[in-house]
Design a protein around this ligand. Structure first.
Ligand code: AVI
Length: 322
């Protein structure tokens, strides 16, 4: 595609104000209260996330990129030629570029990304770097049903690409539901390539979510700024602070926004009272052992065909089949 073909092909299903408001009201009515981490990614949130990936403490992105570089030829042989690559939560598309360059004659690429700004940037760049591939971008929340665009040229199969350990941002039941939907999207001969962060030294993991420059804290708090702007809530940005701790029994980072005082917040005409010290859950980042990951995907009818690991810091790529 040319850049303008790629932008013309955009399917725009970006969540609207009503959808976001309904999700936030639902989360604020839970105990503990929770806000969905998918709403981190407005234009500024996506930029802050890119900045996180360059912090010295945040090892997952650079570790996965390096691993992908090392094994991309092997992956290309394993998945075969003429693929329609579909990526969930494509962000900046840095990993994609690496993968698409390694694959044999890929037919089409469909990035599914909730942040329209991040999607348009990445598609413009990729269309220029890889003009022979048909770009079929979709701006959407990938946890909701999406009808995928069909490439002009018939692909041999679909390859779902889900890097970055984004799977870890889902609670167990949601992860199983998502993997199950992925299995259906793959079809009988399709494959999925998933990046997973692995359980390791809790101090290393915790530092990745508490960078010294405070970028992760700014990223977390940006959620409140975004909600104030887009759904008219009145969260006091100085009234909450970022906290991220690794739970060893649950194998996950639990990121919270903690109320610094007793306060009242209004959302869509409703009032929500926070106690001093009350914590709102905003994100989980699950880390995996082989046993836990194997059990999770088995629940969705998937299994590991091939796997590659980086160690120190640890990170894994898994090629899944049904
Ligand atoms: C996108 N996702 C996998 C990141 C993670 O590590 O859970 C988001 C993130 N949150 C804080 N830092 C990075």
């Amino acid at each position: 595609s040319t850049v303008s073909d790629a932008l013309d092909a955009l399917t725009d299903l970006q969540p609207d104000r009503a959808r976001i408001t309904a999700d936030i009201l639902h989360g604020l009515s839970q105990r503990p209260r929770q806000l969905p981490s998918k709403y981190f990614y407005d234009a500024r949130g996506s930029q802050l996330f890119e900045q996180i990936t360059r912090q010295p403490e945040y090892y997952p992105t650079r570790t996965e990129l390096q691993l992908l570089q090392q094994v991309s030829a092997e992956i290309a042989r394993a998945v075969g030629p003429h693929l329609h690559v579909v990526e969930l939560g494509s962000g900046s598309g840095r990993k994609t570029e690496l993968l698409l360059h390694a694959l044999a004659d890929p037919v089409a690429y469909t990035p599914i990304e909730i942040s329209r700004a991040a999607l348009l940037d990445s598609v413009a760049r990729l269309a220029e770097a890889l003009p022979e591939i048909e770009m079929l971008p979709v701006c959407a929340d990938f946890t909701r049903p999406v009808t995928l665009p069909e490439p002009q040229r018939e692909p041999a199969r679909r390859l779902l690409f889900f890097p970055g350990s984004t799977l870890g941002n889902f609670a167990h039941d949601d992860a199983v539901a998502l993997l199950d939907a992925m299995r259906q999207t793959m079809g009988p001969t399709g494959l999925a390539l998933i990046g997973i962060d692995l359980h390791q030294d809790p101090a290393l993991i915790e530092a990745a979510y508490n960078d010294a420059a405070g970028v992760t804290a700014a990223f977390t708090l940006n959620l409140l700024r975004r909600l104030n702007r887009e759904i008219g809530s009145d969260f006091d940005l100085d009234g909450f602070e970022h906290r991220a701790r690794y739970s060893v029994p649950r194998l996950r980072i639990e990121t919270e926004l903690v109320s610094r005082c007793a306060q009242r917040v209004h959302v869509a005409g409703r009032a929500f009272d926070f106690a001093d010290g009350e914590a709102m859950t905003v994100e989980y980042s699950h880390k995996y052992t082989d046993a836990a990951f194997g059990a999770l995907i088995a629940e969705a009818g998937l299994r590991v065909r091939m796997q590659w690991n980086a160690d120190a810091p640890a990170f894994g790529l898994r090629l899944l089949e049904r």
